[in-house]
Ligand binder design. Structure first.
Ligand code: ZN
Ligand code: ZN
Length: 270
Protein backbone atom coordinates (compact mmCIF):
# COMPACT_ATOMS: atom_id res chain seq x y z
CA UNK A 1 0.00 0.00 0.00
CA UNK A 2 1.41 3.37 -1.06
CA UNK A 3 -0.08 6.43 0.60
CA UNK A 4 0.05 10.17 0.07
CA UNK A 5 -0.65 12.24 3.19
CA UNK A 6 -2.03 15.27 1.36
CA UNK A 7 -1.86 17.65 4.33
CA UNK A 8 0.59 17.57 7.23
CA UNK A 9 2.25 20.45 9.07
CA UNK A 10 5.62 18.72 9.35
CA UNK A 11 7.46 21.90 10.29
CA UNK A 12 5.20 22.81 13.21
CA UNK A 13 7.10 22.49 16.50
CA UNK A 14 5.22 19.33 17.56
CA UNK A 15 6.81 17.41 14.67
CA UNK A 16 9.81 19.46 13.54
CA UNK A 17 11.99 18.35 16.45
CA UNK A 18 11.70 14.66 15.57
CA UNK A 19 11.43 14.75 11.78
CA UNK A 20 13.79 11.90 10.86
CA UNK A 21 11.87 9.52 13.16
CA UNK A 22 8.48 10.85 11.97
CA UNK A 23 9.46 10.32 8.33
CA UNK A 24 10.90 6.89 9.06
CA UNK A 25 7.61 5.80 10.68
CA UNK A 26 5.74 7.31 7.73
CA UNK A 27 7.76 5.25 5.28
CA UNK A 28 7.25 2.11 7.37
CA UNK A 29 3.48 2.74 7.17
CA UNK A 30 3.65 3.00 3.37
CA UNK A 31 3.60 6.80 3.09
CA UNK A 32 5.46 7.75 -0.06
CA UNK A 33 4.52 11.39 -0.25
CA UNK A 34 3.56 14.20 2.13
CA UNK A 35 2.23 17.63 1.17
CA UNK A 36 3.29 20.35 3.62
CA UNK A 37 1.65 23.78 3.94
CA UNK A 38 3.80 26.91 4.24
CA UNK A 39 1.56 29.39 5.99
CA UNK A 40 2.10 33.14 5.79
CA UNK A 41 2.54 35.90 6.43
CA UNK A 42 6.17 35.14 7.32
CA UNK A 43 8.12 34.84 4.05
CA UNK A 44 10.92 33.01 5.80
CA UNK A 45 8.41 30.21 6.50
CA UNK A 46 7.87 29.85 2.76
CA UNK A 47 11.61 29.74 2.08
CA UNK A 48 12.17 27.27 4.92
CA UNK A 49 9.43 24.92 3.69
CA UNK A 50 10.61 24.99 0.06
CA UNK A 51 14.16 24.35 1.23
CA UNK A 52 12.99 21.38 3.31
CA UNK A 53 11.04 20.01 0.34
CA UNK A 54 13.94 20.41 -2.06
CA UNK A 55 16.17 18.47 0.34
CA UNK A 56 13.67 15.72 1.16
CA UNK A 57 12.33 13.22 -1.39
CA UNK A 58 8.58 12.81 -1.26
CA UNK A 59 7.66 16.29 -0.04
CA UNK A 60 5.47 18.74 -1.94
CA UNK A 61 4.46 22.19 -0.72
CA UNK A 62 1.40 24.38 -0.74
CA UNK A 63 1.62 28.01 0.35
CA UNK A 64 -0.87 30.67 1.26
CA UNK A 65 -2.49 32.83 3.91
CA UNK A 66 -4.67 30.71 6.21
CA UNK A 67 -8.05 32.31 7.02
CA UNK A 68 -6.97 32.52 10.67
CA UNK A 69 -4.17 34.89 9.61
CA UNK A 70 -6.13 36.89 7.02
CA UNK A 71 -5.86 40.09 9.07
CA UNK A 72 -2.07 39.73 8.96
CA UNK A 73 -1.81 39.12 5.20
CA UNK A 74 0.89 41.07 3.39
CA UNK A 75 1.45 41.77 -0.30
CA UNK A 76 5.05 40.71 0.28
CA UNK A 77 4.03 37.17 1.22
CA UNK A 78 1.38 36.86 -1.50
CA UNK A 79 3.86 38.06 -4.13
CA UNK A 80 6.44 35.58 -2.82
CA UNK A 81 3.95 32.71 -3.21
CA UNK A 82 3.24 33.64 -6.82
CA UNK A 83 6.98 34.00 -7.47
CA UNK A 84 7.47 30.51 -6.00
CA UNK A 85 5.02 29.07 -8.53
CA UNK A 86 8.07 28.23 -10.62
CA UNK A 87 9.51 26.05 -7.85
CA UNK A 88 9.00 22.39 -8.83
CA UNK A 89 7.86 21.41 -5.34
CA UNK A 90 5.19 24.12 -5.00
CA UNK A 91 1.99 22.45 -6.20
CA UNK A 92 -0.90 24.67 -5.06
CA UNK A 93 -1.91 27.82 -3.22
CA UNK A 94 -3.29 26.89 0.18
CA UNK A 95 -4.54 26.49 2.66
CA UNK A 96 -6.88 29.36 1.95
CA UNK A 97 -10.58 29.86 2.62
CA UNK A 98 -12.99 30.85 5.36
CA UNK A 99 -13.12 29.73 8.99
CA UNK A 100 -16.25 30.99 10.72
CA UNK A 101 -15.84 28.50 13.57
CA UNK A 102 -12.89 30.28 15.17
CA UNK A 103 -13.27 33.72 13.53
CA UNK A 104 -9.64 34.56 14.30
CA UNK A 105 -9.80 37.23 11.55
CA UNK A 106 -12.85 39.38 10.71
CA UNK A 107 -15.09 37.64 8.20
CA UNK A 108 -14.94 40.38 5.56
CA UNK A 109 -11.13 40.34 5.79
CA UNK A 110 -11.11 36.54 5.43
CA UNK A 111 -13.26 36.85 2.31
CA UNK A 112 -11.10 39.60 0.76
CA UNK A 113 -7.84 37.71 1.30
CA UNK A 114 -9.42 34.45 0.09
CA UNK A 115 -10.67 36.07 -3.13
CA UNK A 116 -7.31 37.75 -3.75
CA UNK A 117 -5.59 34.36 -3.47
CA UNK A 118 -8.16 32.64 -5.69
CA UNK A 119 -7.48 35.24 -8.38
CA UNK A 120 -3.71 34.95 -7.97
CA UNK A 121 -3.88 31.15 -8.17
CA UNK A 122 -5.90 31.20 -11.34
CA UNK A 123 -3.52 33.73 -12.93
CA UNK A 124 -0.52 31.62 -11.91
CA UNK A 125 -2.11 28.42 -13.25
CA UNK A 126 -2.10 26.80 -9.80
CA UNK A 127 -4.89 24.85 -8.11
CA UNK A 128 -5.91 25.80 -4.57
CA UNK A 129 -6.28 23.88 -1.32
CA UNK A 130 -9.24 25.09 0.72
CA UNK A 131 -9.64 25.24 4.50
CA UNK A 132 -13.33 25.73 5.30
CA UNK A 133 -15.04 25.53 8.68
CA UNK A 134 -18.72 26.41 9.08
CA UNK A 135 -18.60 28.54 5.94
CA UNK A 136 -19.36 26.24 3.00
CA UNK A 137 -22.22 28.33 1.57
CA UNK A 138 -20.12 31.50 1.68
CA UNK A 139 -17.08 29.71 0.20
CA UNK A 140 -19.07 28.18 -2.66
CA UNK A 141 -20.65 31.57 -3.44
CA UNK A 142 -17.20 33.19 -3.72
CA UNK A 143 -15.95 30.29 -5.89
CA UNK A 144 -18.71 31.00 -8.39
CA UNK A 145 -17.34 34.54 -8.93
CA UNK A 146 -13.68 33.58 -8.54
CA UNK A 147 -13.31 30.03 -9.83
CA UNK A 148 -10.56 27.67 -8.76
CA UNK A 149 -8.84 25.55 -11.38
CA UNK A 150 -10.26 22.04 -11.74
CA UNK A 151 -8.21 19.65 -9.63
CA UNK A 152 -8.25 21.92 -6.60
CA UNK A 153 -8.76 20.37 -3.15
CA UNK A 154 -11.02 20.92 -0.17
CA UNK A 155 -8.90 19.72 2.74
CA UNK A 156 -10.00 18.16 6.05
CA UNK A 157 -13.55 17.98 4.78
CA UNK A 158 -16.13 18.66 7.49
CA UNK A 159 -19.38 18.96 5.52
CA UNK A 160 -22.08 16.47 4.64
CA UNK A 161 -22.66 14.53 1.42
CA UNK A 162 -24.68 17.34 -0.19
CA UNK A 163 -21.92 19.87 0.45
CA UNK A 164 -19.32 17.44 -0.91
CA UNK A 165 -21.39 17.11 -4.08
CA UNK A 166 -21.26 20.88 -4.60
CA UNK A 167 -17.44 20.87 -4.46
CA UNK A 168 -17.31 17.82 -6.73
CA UNK A 169 -19.45 19.71 -9.26
CA UNK A 170 -16.77 22.41 -9.34
CA UNK A 171 -14.08 19.82 -10.11
CA UNK A 172 -12.63 19.59 -6.61
CA UNK A 173 -11.00 16.66 -4.89
CA UNK A 174 -12.31 16.01 -1.36
CA UNK A 175 -9.71 15.16 1.29
CA UNK A 176 -10.65 13.25 4.45
CA UNK A 177 -8.70 13.43 7.72
CA UNK A 178 -8.83 11.39 10.94
CA UNK A 179 -12.20 13.01 11.64
CA UNK A 180 -13.71 10.27 9.49
CA UNK A 181 -12.65 7.71 12.14
CA UNK A 182 -14.69 9.43 14.87
CA UNK A 183 -18.03 7.67 15.40
CA UNK A 184 -19.71 10.99 16.20
CA UNK A 185 -18.75 12.49 12.82
CA UNK A 186 -21.84 10.98 11.25
CA UNK A 187 -22.21 13.49 8.40
CA UNK A 188 -18.55 13.40 7.40
CA UNK A 189 -18.64 9.59 7.42
CA UNK A 190 -21.72 9.67 5.21
CA UNK A 191 -20.00 12.10 2.82
CA UNK A 192 -17.02 9.75 2.63
CA UNK A 193 -19.28 7.00 1.33
CA UNK A 194 -20.43 9.15 -1.59
CA UNK A 195 -17.28 10.78 -2.94
CA UNK A 196 -16.25 8.94 -6.14
CA UNK A 197 -12.99 7.04 -5.80
CA UNK A 198 -11.37 9.18 -8.50
CA UNK A 199 -11.91 12.34 -6.39
CA UNK A 200 -11.03 11.16 -2.90
CA UNK A 201 -7.87 12.11 -1.00
CA UNK A 202 -6.62 11.17 2.43
CA UNK A 203 -4.64 13.28 4.90
CA UNK A 204 -3.69 13.56 8.56
CA UNK A 205 -3.67 17.35 9.11
CA UNK A 206 -0.85 16.44 11.53
CA UNK A 207 -0.05 17.38 14.26
CA UNK A 208 -3.82 17.71 14.79
CA UNK A 209 -6.68 15.23 14.57
CA UNK A 210 -5.06 11.89 15.33
CA UNK A 211 -7.34 9.08 14.12
CA UNK A 212 -9.34 7.22 16.77
CA UNK A 213 -6.70 4.51 17.26
CA UNK A 214 -4.09 7.16 18.17
CA UNK A 215 -6.28 9.58 20.07
CA UNK A 216 -4.46 11.70 22.63
CA UNK A 217 -1.15 11.34 20.80
CA UNK A 218 0.50 13.78 18.40
CA UNK A 219 -0.81 13.02 14.94
CA UNK A 220 1.84 12.22 12.31
CA UNK A 221 1.80 11.09 8.67
CA UNK A 222 2.07 7.38 9.54
CA UNK A 223 -1.47 7.66 10.93
CA UNK A 224 -2.87 8.31 7.45
CA UNK A 225 -2.95 4.53 7.06
CA UNK A 226 -5.62 4.24 9.78
CA UNK A 227 -7.77 6.83 8.02
CA UNK A 228 -7.40 5.05 4.68
CA UNK A 229 -8.40 1.72 6.27
CA UNK A 230 -11.45 3.34 7.89
CA UNK A 231 -12.47 4.89 4.57
CA UNK A 232 -12.16 1.53 2.82
CA UNK A 233 -14.30 -0.15 5.50
CA UNK A 234 -16.93 2.60 5.33
CA UNK A 235 -17.11 2.31 1.56
CA UNK A 236 -16.93 -1.46 1.43
CA UNK A 237 -13.87 -1.29 -0.81
CA UNK A 238 -10.62 -3.19 -0.89
CA UNK A 239 -8.05 -1.08 1.03
CA UNK A 240 -5.34 -1.68 -1.55
CA UNK A 241 -7.56 -0.59 -4.40
CA UNK A 242 -8.73 2.51 -2.55
CA UNK A 243 -5.14 3.40 -1.61
CA UNK A 244 -4.08 3.07 -5.25
CA UNK A 245 -6.93 5.32 -6.38
CA UNK A 246 -6.17 7.91 -3.69
CA UNK A 247 -2.48 7.82 -4.63
CA UNK A 248 -3.30 8.52 -8.27
CA UNK A 249 -5.64 11.35 -7.24
CA UNK A 250 -2.99 12.87 -5.01
CA UNK A 251 -0.47 12.62 -7.80
CA UNK A 252 -2.73 14.48 -10.21
CA UNK A 253 -3.75 17.11 -7.65
CA UNK A 254 -0.67 17.75 -5.56
CA UNK A 255 2.45 16.22 -7.01
CA UNK A 256 2.45 16.03 -10.80
CA UNK A 257 4.54 19.18 -11.13
CA UNK A 258 7.20 17.81 -8.81
CA UNK A 259 6.86 14.13 -9.90
CA UNK A 260 8.95 11.19 -8.72
CA UNK A 261 9.22 12.35 -5.15
CA UNK A 262 8.85 9.24 -3.05
CA UNK A 263 10.39 8.98 0.40
CA UNK A 264 13.36 6.90 -0.61
CA UNK A 265 16.06 9.25 0.66
CA UNK A 266 15.07 9.84 4.26
CA UNK A 267 18.44 8.47 5.34
CA UNK A 268 20.02 11.59 3.93
CA UNK A 269 18.28 13.68 6.58
CA UNK A 270 19.98 11.98 9.48
ZN1 ZN B 1 -6.83 23.48 7.57
ZN1 ZN C 1 -3.54 22.72 7.79
Amino acid sequence: MKLHDTHAHLLFPALAGQLPAVLERARAAGVGRVTVPALGPDVTELARTLHFAAATPGITVIAGIHPHSAAKATAEFLDAVVAAAEHPRLVAIGEIGLDFHYDFSPRDTQAAVFVDQLDRARAAGLPVVLHVREAHDETLALLREHPALPGSVVHCFTGDAAVAARYLDLGFYVSFSGIVTFPKAVEVREAARHVPSDRLLVETDAPYLAPRAHRGRTCEPAHVRDTLLELAALRGEDPGALAAAAWDNGHRALAARGGGLELTGIERMR
